[in-house]
Design a protein around this ligand. Structure first.
Ligand code: MLT
Length: 263
């Protein structure tokens, strides 16, 4: 589906009814990564999964900033008629967007789910790597980074037991526009440090992390959990960075528990 949100065409999936659950995807993926959640949680919540500006079926247009991505998500909620506060769930880059939604639109947030993400800004080393990715996709297309990015996201267990997961994630990355990948990298490079935001979070917060997440290791989630007042942390055994996709039943079970307490 597509909707016009403040003039931007946004691709999104919508399923179920009840408490709104906004699902914000990671980088460099699109809303399709949330299919296991839409399938399982539509009976419990009104799931809305947008494509971030430039990705999937969303139009590509500057500005590429995390604040703009947050505003886009809220404009989509407006466009589909969701005015009550939503449970906002973001994985990795989606988590950076969730922090921005909390800072800019907190009246729209009923609870937060922060999956495989971090509050800190990029280190200088991370910024150098992002610039390399931008140059690579501009020169050689999205497929040039697909296999290495997909492998980094999945645990050794997933790669061994579920080889089709690698192909699926790789295909999702290859299908993204190079300029969307470049734009999201620019946005993440420039994102602010959200560490001081953590203590301000005044809604129930569920933190989820794959026990083998090599990109945002569990220690980072433990630190976030200590800093967010009303928060709970769950480690998903066997999962890597893409925990919602690798261990959907465990991920969905934790989300369902949170939905029950805040609905
Ligand atoms: C993601 O999965 O969204 C990325 O790991 C985020 C990032 O590159 O910082």
């Amino acid at each position: 589906m597509q909707a016009s949100a403040q003039g931007l065409i946004v691709g999104y999936d919508e399923a179920g009814s009840g408490t709104p659950l906004l699902l914000l995807h990671g980088f460099p993926l699109n809303r399709r990564m949330w299919q296991p959640q839409l399938a399982a949680l539509a009976g419990l919540a009104h799931c809305i999964a947008p494509d971030v500006r430039g990705f999937g079926d969303s139009d590509i247009a500057p500005p590429f900033t995390i604040d703009q991505f947050a505003d886009d998500a809220i404009s989509l909620l407006d466009a589909v008629g969701v005015t009550e506060p939503a449970v906002v769930c973001g994985l990795s880059m989606g988590g950076y967007i969730a922090f921005a939604i909390w800072r800019r639109h907190r009246d729209r947030v009923r609870a937060l789910i922060l999956a495989d993400t971090r509050a800190t800004a990029d280190t200088e080393e991370a910024k150098v790597k992002r610039r390399e990715v931008i140059e690579t996709v501009r020169a050689r297309g999205s497929g040039a980074i697909a296999e290495s990015q997909a492998r980094a996201m999945l645990s050794a267990r997933t790669l061994e037991r579920c080889p089709e997961a690698l192909a699926e994630v790789q295909a999702m990355i290859t299908s993204q526009r190079p300029e969307a990948i470049a734009g999201a990298n620019e946005a993440m490079l420039a994102r602010p440090d959200s560490t001081l935001t953590l203590a301000t979070i005044a809604v129930p917060t569920l933190i989820l992390v794959g026990e083998h997440d090599a990109i945002t290791p569990p220690a980072i989630s433990e630190e976030m959990q200590r800093a967010i007042p009303n928060s709970r942390l769950e480690r998903l055994s066997g999962a890597g960075h893409l925990s919602s996709f690798e261990r959907p039943a465990a991920f969905n079970g934790a989300v369902a528990e949170l939905l029950e307490t805040v609905s």
